[in-house]
Design a protein around this ligand. Structure first.
Ligand SMILES: NC(=O)c1ccc[n+]([C@@H]2O[C@H](COP(=O)([O-])OP(=O)(O)OC[C@H]3O[C@@H](n4cnc5c(N)ncnc54)[C@H](OP(=O)(O)O)[C@@H]3O)[C@@H](O)[C@H]2O)c1
Length: 350
C-alpha cells in the first residue's frame, strides 16, 4: 500500500509537487473500482489540464491494489510538460493526433477508453478547427474502439443558460446552446452517440462544469481579483464547480455507467455557488475588502448533478477546503496555468 495514502487533507497546499500528490490520492472507492478493470486503460487527450493527474490517480489506485492495470496515455503532447510529468511517473505515453484516422488505427487495443479531447478557446479565431476536433476525433475514436467501453467528456456548455432558481439544467433538457463552441460540443456528443448506437459500444457522456484546482479555475480567478483589489463583476452571478481530483475519480468510476444506448450525466458540485458570496469569502481569507460591480443576471450556466451523484456519490472535497487552498495559493504567489475559464462569457463567444 502506498504509504502517502491518507484521507486527511492538508490545511494548505504549498507547492506544485504537493498539489500533484494531493490531486492523485485515490479514495477507497476508486481503489476497489480499478480492481475490476482489465488491462490496459487508454486515456486519450491526456495532455491537457485534467489528463496528467487523472492518469496518475489511476496509477496510484492500481498500485494500492497490486492489480496489474497498465495505463496508456495518448495526446499530441503539443508544447506542454505533460509528457515529461507522465514519463517521470512511468506511465506509457503515445504521441497521436486524433484528427489523423490512420494514427488512431495504430493505437493499441484497450477494453476501456477515457476520452478527454476537446477544443474550446480560439473558436472565434478558427471555428473550423473547433468543429474538426470536436467531431472528427470522436468519429475516429468510435470507429477504432467500437468494441471498448468509453467514457467521453462533454461540457455543461451543451445547455443554454438556465434560471438561477431552477437548480440547473438536467440531462433531458434540450441541447440548444449559444455560440459555435457550445454547438460543436453538442456535435461531439451527437457523433459519439451516432457511432456508439450503430456499433453497440457502451458509452457514458459526462457534461462537466467547471473543474477547479489551484492553478486554474473559477475559484482561482475570483480569488486573484480579490487579492489584486480589482472589482468582481457579478453579472454572471452563479456557477457550479468541482475539485478536479473528485472529477477525475468520477470520470474513472463512470466506466461502469457506460451503456447502449449511451447515457449522459452532469458532473459538477452539488451546490449552486454565488460569485458574490465566494468573493466575500475570499475577502475574509485574504484579508481584503471586496469591491463588487454589476448585478446578478437571473440566468447562468448551471447544471444539476443529482443523477450522477445519486449513482456514484457526491464529490468528497468540500468547497470551503478548496477555497482555503486557493486563498493560500494566491497569497503565496503559487504558479498558475494562465488559462482563464472565461466563465463570465454570456454570448457564447470563446
Ligand atoms: N477543465 C474543465 O473545467 C472542463 C469544463 C468543461 C468540460 N471539460 C471537458 O473535459 C475535457 C478535459 O478537460 P481539460 O480541461 O483537460 O481539457 P483541455 O485542457 O482542453 O485538454 C484537452 C486536451 O486534448 C488534447 N487534444 C486536443 N486536440 C487533440 C488531437 N487532435 N489529438 C489528440 N489530442 C488532442 C490536447 O492536448 P495535446 O496538446 O497534448 O494534444 C488538449 O490539451 C475536455 O474535453 C473538456 O471539453 C473540461
Amino acid at each position: 500500500m502506498d504509504s502517502t495514502l491518507t484521507l486527511d487533507l492538508p490545511t494548505h497546499i504549498g507547492s506544485e509537487a504537493e498539489l500533484g500528490e494531493v490531486m492523485t490520492r485515490p479514495s477507497a472507492k476508486l481503489i476497489e473500482f480499478v480492481k475490476t478493470l482489465p488491462s490496459p486503460l487508454l486515456i486519450l487527450g491526456v495532455g491537457g489540464k485534467m489528463g496528467p493527474s487523472l492518469a496518475v490517480l489511476v496509477q496510484r489506485a492500481t498500485a494500492a491494489t497490486g492489480h496489474n492495470l497498465k495505463i496508456i496515455a495518448a495526446s499530441r503532447f503539443s508544447g506542454t510538460p505533460a509528457r515529461q510529468w507522465l514519463d517521470e511517473r512511468e506511465i506509457e505515453t503515445i504521441a497521436c493526433d486524433l484528427l489523423e484516422r490512420e494514427a488512431v488505427r495504430k493505437l493499441p487495443d484497450a477494453p476501456n477508453v477515457i476520452y478527454l479531447v476537446g477544443l474550446k478557446f480560439g473558436t472565434q479565431q478558427n471555428p473550423s478547427l473547433t468543429w474538426a476536433v470536436n467531431t472528427l476525433a470522436p468519429s475516429h475514436v468510435c470507429e477504432r474502439f467500437a468494441n471498448s467501453r468509453i467514457v467521453a467528456l462533454s461540457t455543461g456548455n451543451v445547455y443554454p443558460f438556465s434560471s438561477v432558481q431552477s437548480g440547473g439544467s438536467i440531462e433531458t433538457d434540450s441541447l440548444t446552446p449559444l455560440g459555435e463552441y457550445a454547438n460543436a460540443a453538442v456535435a461531439r456528443e451527437r457523433l459519439f452517440e451516432y457511432h456508439t448506437r450503430k456499433n453497440k459500444t457502451p458509452l457514458a457522456l459526462l457534461r462537466l462544469n467547471y473543474a477547479v484546482e489551484l492553478r486554474y479555475g473559477v475559484l482561482l480567478e475570483i480569488a486573484q481579483k480579490v487579492w489584486a483589489n480589482q472589482p468582481v463583476d457579478v453579472t454572471t452571478g452563479y456557477f457550479n464547480c468541482i475539485w478536479q481530483a473528485d472529477a477525475n475519480e468520477l470520470i474513472v468510476r463512470s466506466l461502469d455507467l457506460a451503456a447502449v444506448p449511451p447515457a449522459a450525466f452532469n458532473m459538477t458540485g452539488v451546490e449552486t455557488l454565488s460569485v458574490r458570496k465566494i468573493a466575500l469569502r475570499f475577502g475574509e481569507l485574504l484579508g481584503r475588502s471586496v469591491s463588487i460591480v454589476g448585478q446578478e443576471a437571473d440566468s447562468a450556466l448551471l447544471s444539476n448533478t443529482s443523477r450522477l451523484s445519486g449513482l456514484l456519490g457526491q464529490p468528497a472535497t468540500s468547497l470551503d477546503t478548496v477555497c482555503g487552498w486557493v486563498a493560500h495559493w494566491v497569497k503565496t504567489g503559487g504558479s498558475t496555468l494562465g488559462k482563464p475559464t472565461r466563465f463570465d462569457v454570456r454570448d457564447g463567444k470563446f
